[in-house]
Ligand binder design. Structure first.
Ligand code: TSX
Ligand code: MN
Length: 599
């Protein structure tokens, strides 16, 4: 939709459909935000945390059936089924609209519809996109206020941008006269729908109030719909952190990194280097929008303005900067609460308290077998509170990208780091990404890899084969020497005894240093069948206690293991079908040939 008139007409139609008791246009101000928080506390939907421990912070507890993104209720409703591809759930757009229209009819009865104009990306950036979300959830409003640039100013921008993505959201729990509103209203699973209409650039979400299902600017707009727009307009919407890396002489480079969930993307984006003089600063921890400018270089912006991070496992040991960021003005969901009204989760620093209120609001003590915080418990905090926020983070021009990292959790086969020979070889690396399947019950899937190309598996708004082809095409749009170098990292390789070989966390700065030096034309590398490896001694190991044997294991290339890997990858490529680019099959066969010749 393109104009203010379109906006008013669309909202009137949605009001007529959902029949809210009131309509409120959010101005995005601090006063409005505080009023909403106070209202939620009063209505028992938010818990104010101890202002001496956690000033300006609140806790929320979701319905136990509404605790995560629901991939099996997420749909791509493209006109043609083949445009959704084998990795998405397709629905006919006319049929799905019919089904959902019936659900939306009267769904906001007894509630207020909030109109939220929001901007994804810095104001004034050519890549930034406007969304307008209608929602009947105050939880969604106060989270969108943190995660996006939300408020009246966006309506002025609409006069310049002349286009917006309409986003409709309802928790799917209308209130009849006399009904008591539950703490976390939502609809049963079979009525939940997270729907994307890629041709119309339209998002409809019904029945869930949690995270990516409900904060539609994030995964729905900034990844699924943006990925469709990006292909049409020759840019890229990616599931990547953006970091600024500065060397001891004060020179900086910007790096993108794509990892599947549970690989520590947020941790890496805020890492504190252990090697003296090096510095990491954060531009973003989850999403990057990337384009090629007239100078032929790739630039990226972070479309978001907040972190929606997994709380569990976050500590001063794993991520001190995140711990400092969430010391105030933070919203917590499904964490445990201490007796003095602070937050707690498994993996946080210090001793386990003798008594807690768990995320289901029940008494908890260390003898309980259930976790106190939900494994998918979250903190939501403004990027502005990150102690190592890069000064360029809000630049409409974006930041020039020197390197792209891909990776996953791989206990075997994949070395600590290797560099691609070419852009296409790097895209091949991205296409083979994935993490080891951990589900203990699936004994026959032990050692299997869940392929997750560029960590985008749940977020590509179209056919995965077309997506990989788009990556290859982007490499053709500029001089090969100007493209970022692509690296595959694996912090998670294990020895025969099952112990991690690499210390990880801040020590990853040693790997980042080599990447920086490679981009500078200084770092030494040796070719191997799978790509360039650091030359002996090229990774700075000073003041690190690591055995030479361990380093050897970290970089061991076992051709037998790799040929098995290629067999698995071929099977995966077959599931993509005829849209898989020939260039990737070619990369695979070249790699196979190099491996066989190295025997
Ligand atoms: O985030 C991680 N990173 C990246 C950090 C910048 N994690 C946590 C993953 C879950 C979100 C890691 N876990 C990393 C890592 O580099 N490495 C590991 C594996 C590991 C875990 C513990 C130890 C060593 C490696 N050692 C001790 O606990 C003493
Ligand atoms: Mn993510």
């Amino acid at each position: 939709m393109t104009s203010y008139d379109d906006l008013e007409m669309w909202i009137q139609d949605m009001v007529d459909l959902c029949t809210p008791d009131h309509v409120h246009w959010c101005d995005g101000s601090e006063e409005e935000n505080q009023r909403f928080l106070d209202e939620m506390v009063l209505n028992g939907k938010a818990m104010k945390l101890n202002p001496e421990k956690r000033p300006g912070s609140y806790a929320f507890f979701s319905h136990p059936t509404d605790v995560a993104r629901i991939e099996n209720r997420t749909f791509i409703a493209s006109i043609r089924e083949e445009d959704a591809g084998p990795t998405n759930q397709w629905r006919d757009p006319i049929e799905l609209k019919k089904t959902m229209t019936n659900l939306y009819r009267g769904s906001m009865k007894g509630r207020t519809m909030y109109v939220m104009p929001f901007m994804m990306g810095p104001f004034g950036s050519p890549l930034s996109k406007i969304g307008i979300q209608l929602t009947d959830s105050l939880y969604v409003v106060i989270h969108t206020k943190i995660m996006t640039r939300m408020g009246t100013k966006v309506l002025d921008e609409l006069k310049i941008k002349k286009s917006f993505v309409p986003c409709l959201h309802s928790v799917g729990y209308p209130l009849q006269m006399g009904d008591i509103d539950p703490e976390w209203p939502c609809a049963p699973l079979e009525q939940k729908f997270i729907a994307h209409f890629p041709e119309e650039k339209l998002i409809w979400s019904y029945g869930s109030g949690y995270g990516g299902n409900a904060l539609l600017g994030k995964k729905c707009l900034a990844l699924r719909i943006a990925s469709v727009i990006a292909k049409e307009e020759h840019w890229m919407a990616e599931h990547m952190l953006i970091m600024k890396l500065t060397n001891p002489s004060g020179q900086s480079k910007f790096i993108l990194a794509a990892f599947p969930s549970a690989c520590g993307k947020t941790n890496l984006s805020m890492l504190i280097p252990t090697i003296p003089g090096w510095k990491v600063e954060t531009v973003g921890d989850d999403i990057a929008w990337i384009w090629i400018k007239e100078d032929g270089h790739m630039y990226a912006i972070n479309p978001e303005s907040g972190f929606f991070g997994v709380a569990k496992g976050t500590s001063f040991k794993s991520n001190a900067n995140a711990m400092l960021a969430i010391s105030k003005n933070t919203l917590f969901t499904n964490v445990a609460i201490t007796d003095d009204h602070d937050v707690w989760w498994e993996g946080i620093d210090g001793e386990t308290p003798a008594h807690l209120m768990d995320w289901t609001k029940k008494d908890w003590n260390p003898k309980k077998t259930t976790p106190a915080a939900h494994p998918n418990s979250r903190f939501t905090v403004s990027t502005s509170q990150c102690p190592v926020l890069a000064k360029e983070w809000n630049s409409p021009e974006g930041v020039l990208i020197s390197a792209i990292l891909v990776g996953g959790r791989r206990p075997t086969t994949i070395p600590l780091i290797h560099e691609s020979f070419t852009w296409n070889h790097g895209v091949f690396m991205g296409s083979m990404m994935g993490s080891e399947i951990t589900a203990a019950s699936l004994s026959d899937s032990y050692g299997m890899v869940r392929r997750d190309p560029f960590a985008m598996l749940p977020f590509i708004g179209y056919h995965v084969g077309d997506y990989l082809n788009h990556w290859l095409e982007m490499g053709q749009r500029t001089d090969a020497t100007l493209l970022p170098k692509i690296f595959y990292v694996n912090w998670f390789r294990k020895n025969q005894e099952g112990q991690f070989l690499w210390p990880g966390f801040g020590e990853n700065s040693r790997v980042l240093k080599w990447i920086f030096e490679r981009c500078d034309g200084k770092g030494k590398a040796v070719p191997s069948p799978i790509g360039y490896l650091p030359a002996p001694g090229a990774i700075d190991l000073s003041h690190l206690e690591i055995k030479e044997e361990q380093m050897k294991e970290l970089f061991e290339i076992n051709p037998k293991e790799w040929l098995l890997e290629m067999d698995g990858l071929k099977k995966y490529y077959d599931t993509i079908g005829s849209k898989l680019p020939d260039a990737l099959r070619f990369e695979l066969s070249m790699l196979e040939t190099r491996l066989k010749n190295s025997h």
